[in-house]
Design a protein around this ligand. Structure first.
Ligand code: BGC
Length: 768
């Protein structure tokens, strides 16, 4: 795998020169999407080399049969995965009688560009076919943000050295399989193929989940930019529909096909109306025309960037990295549909099945909350609220009672999909992240109404879980939580993971605090919730006893909280002393060796200090950072960002910058040798936090005041970002010498800057 082949550019991801080794990595990196659907950057024309074709629709999933070594009671029956959906980008191309296939042509001037400013994917190249014809190709494709069921392609071919025939065969193919299918099963059934004039549609349904999806296309042609009429011959196969158009060109002329396509699904339409809806979308798209759709796309992205952009001056790779992260986050989730969420790979690959993880609450919410309207983060919270019933069932299956909820580690519809006992049953800290997400949202937005209407029910169910999951230790005379896996998945079945115990205690305390507030300020709602959840004062008293008497492993000599009981029995050899050839350890060592080692996959104790930094003095954070970071291998994409933020908070800027580069360019520079599988979308929100919370020092703690403590890496000239804070738009700028805040809104804004209170009147600039 070629690392570092992406050309640095402020606004674009660019690849120059065709290298078969990079095809699958580029398919991930150049992915496009609009929050509702997305796809890998596969070629439109046939390609016989190694490729991973992928196109995905948010919310359309399949319960694949699980694969486990030895079945354990309590395992879920299936693993839901977002399905690789019918392919709409395909355009088979023949020059005279020869198929265009980059794997067998002589290629020059190959260039691929993902234009992040305007939201499109472009590709151009010159190719000499095995039969000698030379062509020049320019292709552009995007998935519309404004018309979120529509995508469009403009694909032009210039006949460089010949006069003859160019055959375009646009097709729809529902014969698609998931690369990660557990038993190589086929997940789609084709129901109907419908032909029209220059348009066609395939109606297919997913097996078992019975989602119906219509994939429609409509095409148009031009020669030298002028529209021409063309007629087709159609080929209808069992699962595919292909139209063949032959266009005559003279040497030097350019033939262009425009392909407009649409996915519509039974998530949003009556099943009987899908074909009509698909045709309507593509006809409207064709009538608007490629140029207009393209203009709309540029406008949509300009609006997104207004609040989302981070500008870094003086470090082009850092600039490209941060924009890539922000761009991919927006391509994955736009926040308009509470049924959707953010899969760790988004629409760029199949690992993690497109399902929802604790990543959303622990990492993604801050980004969406601060760069978009508050309704977006609220939709993410509503997603979990709507799945509360399933989380209670999930806990019941494991033996919990009385409305206790255990949110799944991995889910599509609220049911647990993961089945490895050490994660499914033991990685229960995820439950705490659900409450943390609510807490974070309420502090930032001050929308306490959410807790009253929805959040408290989730919190009660989770507090019930912690109360039941902890047990009294007669020896310790405290409550303990046994048999867990912390965020560091390189340790399983441990006792008293500091992070888990801390979250459990905190969840109970925060729930009780909210209960008291609601009892006092919203007595009617209090009655309603207490009746609905059957909660008694006696029960909450028992929770408080657990919280007040929670045990935390602590070493007096080192003055550090231990990741778990017995951590100091390990042989503590810092990561820097491990030979490079043995890393990443998850690819080089046996699992047995990893489990016994001291190496930490991702922030664990430090994850707690990151989430609850206000509860720990700076020296305490420093001491724990110095103890744990040297033992951390950062083999989860979620790790570097947390370390970058903590390092900045304890004034370790070189370390913060090192970890920042790792998180920001994780995929672009393929740190983990796996970008061909897809990009790490959820950790991209961590990259955003590294700038805004890390370098910018932004915090909103319990007092609800927005505060900053800006610092800047020595490598940068300046950086700036925008925050949407309770309807106020605030721009923050930091250079090596200056720090400025611009309140772009109509209301004055109170801030803490470097621990001093400042008030910025509306539309005023404050220089600190
Ligand atoms: C991490 C988890 C994370 C998951 C999905 C794993 O490698 O250890 O914490 O939830 O990836 O991003």
């Amino acid at each position: 795998m070629n690392k570092n082949y992406i050309i640095p550019n402020e606004w674009a991801i660019i690849e120059e020169g065709f290298n078969v080794e990079n095809v699958e990595a580029s398919e991930s990196l150049f992915s496009i999407g609009n929050g509702s659907m997305g796809q890998r950057a596969n070629f439109e024309e046939d390609y016989s080399g190694k490729t991973f074709q992928g196109s995905y629709i948010g919310g359309i999933y399949y319960p694949d049969k699980t694969r486990v070594g030895w079945w354990k009671n309590g395992y879920p029956e299936y693993f839901a995965k977002v399905l690789n959906a019918p392919n709409w980008i395909g355009i088979r191309i023949q020059i005279n009688a020869t198929n265009l296939d980059l794997n067998v042509c002589k290629i020059s001037n190959f260039r691929r560009e993902l234009n992040m400013k305007e939201g499109w994917l472009g590709r151009s190249f010159k190719a000499i076919l095995p039969t000698g014809e030379e062509i020049e190709v320019h292709a552009k494709r995007f998935i519309s943000v404004k018309y979120n069921e529509v995508g469009a392609i403009e694909y032009s071919i210039k006949a460089v050295n010949f006069s003859g025939e160019i055959t375009f065969s646009p097709y729809l193919d529902a014969g698609i399989e998931n690369e990660d299918s557990n038993y190589n099963e086929y997940f789609w059934e084709t129901l109907k193929i419908v032909e029209g004039v220059n348009q066609g549609c395939i109606l297919a349904k997913t097996l078992k989940t019975e989602f119906h999806v219509a994939t429609a296309m409509e095409v148009d042609f031009a020669i030298n930019g002028k529209n021409v009429a063309a007629t087709h011959i159609s080929i209808i196969e069992e699962k595919a529909l292909t139209y063949t158009y032959k266009l005559k060109v003279s040497q030097g002329e350019t033939a262009t096909i425009y392909k407009f396509a649409s996915y519509v699904s039974s998530l949003n339409y009556e099943k009987g109306n899908l074909i009509e809806a698909g045709f309507k979308n593509v006809t409207e798209a064709k009538n608007l025309g490629f140029a207009q759709l393209f203009q709309d796309q540029k406008d949509s992205w300009a609006t997104i960037w207004e609040t989302a952009d981070i500008i870094i001056e003086g470090d082009i790779k850092a600039q490209q990295g941060i924009r890539f992260n922000i761009f991919q986050l927006n391509q994955t989730y736009m926040g308009t549909d509470a049924r959707l969420n953010i899969g760790p790979k988004g629409f760029t690959g199949e690992k993690y099945g497109g399902s929802t993880y604790w990543d959303t609450e622990a990492y993604c919410i801050p980004f969406y909350m601060a760069t978009k309207d508050a309704s977006v983060a609220k939709n993410l919270l509503m997603y979990r609220y709507n799945q509360l019933g399933k989380a209670i069932e999930n806990a019941q299956k494991l033996g919990f009672k009385n409305g206790a909820a255990l949110y799944p580690m991995v889910t599509m519809n609220g049911e647990e999909c993961h089945n490895e006992w050490e994660i499914t049953f033991e990685e229960i800290h995820r439950n705490g992240a659900m409450v943390y997400g609510i807490y974070n949202y309420v502090n930032f937005t001050q929308d306490f109404e959410y807790v009253v209407k929805n959040g408290l029910e989730v919190m009660i169910a989770i507090s019930r879980f912690w109360h039941q999951r902890a047990n009294w230790s007669e020896v310790k005379k405290q409550f303990v939580i046994l048999g867990v896996t912390g965020p560091n998945e390189y340790e399983n079945n441990i006792n008293n993971n500091f992070y888990t115990n801390y979250l459990a205690k905190w969840c109970i305390e925060y729930t009780v605090e909210c209960l008291n507030k609601i009892e006092e300020k919203y007595p009617q709602d209090f009655k309603r919730i207490v009746a609905k959840t059957n909660l008694s004062g006696e029960e909450t008293y028992k929770w408080i006893k657990v919280a007040d008497n929670m045990y935390f492993p602590f070493d007096e000599e080192k003055q550090v909280f231990l990741q778990q009981d017995g951590f100091l029995d390990k042989e503590l050899i810092p990561v820097k002393d491990l030979p490079k050839s043995e890393r990443p350890i998850n690819q080089k060592w046996s699992w047995d060796r990893i489990l016994r080692s001291c190496y930490i996959k991702q922030a664990d104790v430090l994850q707690g200090m990151f989430l609850f930094e206000d509860k720990f003095d700076k020296e305490v954070v420093e001491r724990h950072f110095d103890f744990y970071e040297p033992l951390t291998v950062h083999e989860s994409s979620l790790s570097p960002c947390v370390h970058s933020i903590l390092a900045a908070s304890i004034d370790r800027m070189p370390k913060a910058y090192e970890q920042y580069l790792r998180t920001a360019r994780l995929d672009l520079d393929d740190y983990n040798h796996e970008v061909h599988e897809g990009c790490h979308i959820t950790s991209m929100a961590g990259t955003w936090m590294s700038v805004v919370q890390g370098f910018g020092g932004m915090r909103v703690w319990e007092n609800g005041v927005l505060s900053f403590n800006p610092q800047i890496p020595a490598e940068w000239k300046s950086y700036s970002f925008t925050i949407n804070f309770r309807g106020n738009v605030l721009k923050v700028y930091k250079s090596q010498t200056d720090c400025k805040f611009y309140n772009e809104s109509e209301k004055e804004l109170k801030l803490m800057v470097n621990n001093m209170e400042v008030i910025i009147p509306s539309n005023q600039l404050l220089t600190v």
